[in-house]
Write a protein that binds this ligand. Structure first.
Ligand code: NAD
Length: 384
């Protein structure tokens, strides 16, 4: 007698719990792509609602729609954006995939390891490996965030971004400064340029200068750049950071709008715009801090999700989760990363965790009861 057919790999899509999070990890289109490869998809009821993807659309794409408990019962792979509220319900057979921020919360990774869960995080994907690029959720989401940062800045600013010529005269274009020219910053530069602003930008990585110029931006020369390490900026020494902050502070008063996107992986965002620099900006200027969060931000006093006007009349927008504010585009891009990752992990429909594979060695944080990602394990050891 032939062996019974193996059960199809089942991917469960969780509904995000935070009120600000409007993205969903898999769209109906992404579900249809997985279903077409023989994967079963179960979507938590209402998971796509905040991004205007209805349960009916998922069902039409061939997915099942179910409550959370039934989804967890049925799933092998559980996909999400943020670490889910249902961590306690995950079992050793589950593979959890998301933007889990393992370097910022290594203890949570230890909990997942203790529960026997295999956790994969897009945050630690080796991004420069070409076969990993279709799974690069940091890039897909940062790109959406940079676009939205530019729109928030343009919407908040009380003037035009483009030069406009009317019968009553000509307005000069807005002068925008973008700090941090990685994925988000470059998209912010490109979007501000499309809106007609004159854009200057700065990044501490020397290699970012040609990217800034290629988008029509001018490089702000503050006399501090470093050779990048593995594509990322290294953390600056205290003295370098102090010189940089002072030089940027001297420059910001010449701009109508400042957008900040500077990050160092696994570290608090560097302070680039101190309060005294804000105080020097003209009334009516706008600062959008795209890095504002629990660990601080690039701008002194910025707070995620909070906008206020300083005594000097500068509007400071602590931007919070920008990609979540463009939920359809961001979810669509993230879903493509998820589909690519499932295809990579289970090319024949069966999951195969292989820590000797360079891409998986970056992605897999916990497996077989251990924290296997070296950087996360090192953080846990340091804090023991
Ligand atoms: P990121 O979000 O970690 O940081 C954003 C930017 O802030 C970076 O460009 C960084 O250099 C900059 N920064 C850090 N400290 C700074 C400071 N003190 N002052 C000013 N700027 C500062 O970075 P990211 O957007 O994720 O991209 C990092 C790099 O990875 C870039 O070179 C990007 O092009 C590269 N990348 C490569 C690939 C690929 O090869 N497939 C994919 C994605 C990103």
């Amino acid at each position: 007698m032939p062996p019974p057919p193996a059960a199809p790999l089942t991917v469960g899509v969780l509904r995000e719990q935070s009120r600000e999070e409007r993205r969903v990890a898999l769209t109906p289109d992404g579900a249809a792509r997985l279903v077409a490869t023989g994967v079963r998809v179960v979507v938590e009821q209402g998971a796509g609602q905040a991004a205007w993807f209805s349960d009916e659309e998922y069902a039409a794409a061939g997915a099942q729609v179910a409550p959370c408990a039934a989804l967890l019962d049925a799933s092998d792979v559980v996909v999400c954006l943020h670490p889910p509220a249902v961590l306690h319900a995950l079992r050793p057979r589950h593979v959890l995939v998301g933007l889990l921020q393992p370097l910022l919360d290594p203890r949570l990774m230890q909990r997942l390891a203790d529960a026997g869960v295999t956790a994969l995080s897009f945050d630690t994907l080796p991004r420069t490996v070409s076969r990993a690029q279709s799974m690069d959720a940091l890039t897909s989401q940062a790109s959406v965030a940079g676009y939205k940062a530019a729109l928030v800045a343009a919407d908040t600013y009380g003037g035009f971004f483009p030069m406009l010529t009317t019968a009553a005269g000509t307005t000069r274009p807005a002068r925008v400064l973008v700090l941090g020219a990685g994925v988000a910053g470059l998209q912010a530069i490109a979007t501000c340029r499309r809106l007609g602003a004159v854009v200057t930008a700065f990044d501490v990585r020397d290699s970012a200068q040609s990217d800034i110029r290629s988008l029509g931006g001018t490089v702000l020369d503050v006399g501090v750049t470093v050779v990048s390490e593995g594509g990322y900026a290294r953390q600056l020494t205290e003295q370098e950071q102090a010189e940089l902050t002072a030089a940027v502070a001297d420059s910001v008063s010449g701009f109508d709008v400042v957008i900040t996107t500077a990050q160092v992986p696994g570290r608090p965002p560097p302070l680039l715009v101190p309060a005294e620099a804000l105080a020097r900006m003209a009334p009516g200027s706008v600062v959008v801090d795209g890095t504002a969060g629990d660990l601080g931000g690039n701008v002194e006093g910025s707070k995620a999700g909070t906008t206020y006007v300083t005594d000097g009349g500068v509007t400071l927008v602590g931007a919070g989760a920008l990609a979540a504010q463009v939920p359809r585009a961001a979810s669509t891009a993230y879903a493509r990363n998820v589909v690519a990752l499932v295809g990579y992990l289970a090319p024949d429909g069966a999951l195969a965790v292989d820590l000797d594979d360079e891409v998986q060695a970056g992605l897999v944080i916990t497996h077989a009861g251990r924290v296997v990602h070296p950087a996360v394990a090192a953080l846990l050891e340091d804090s023991a």
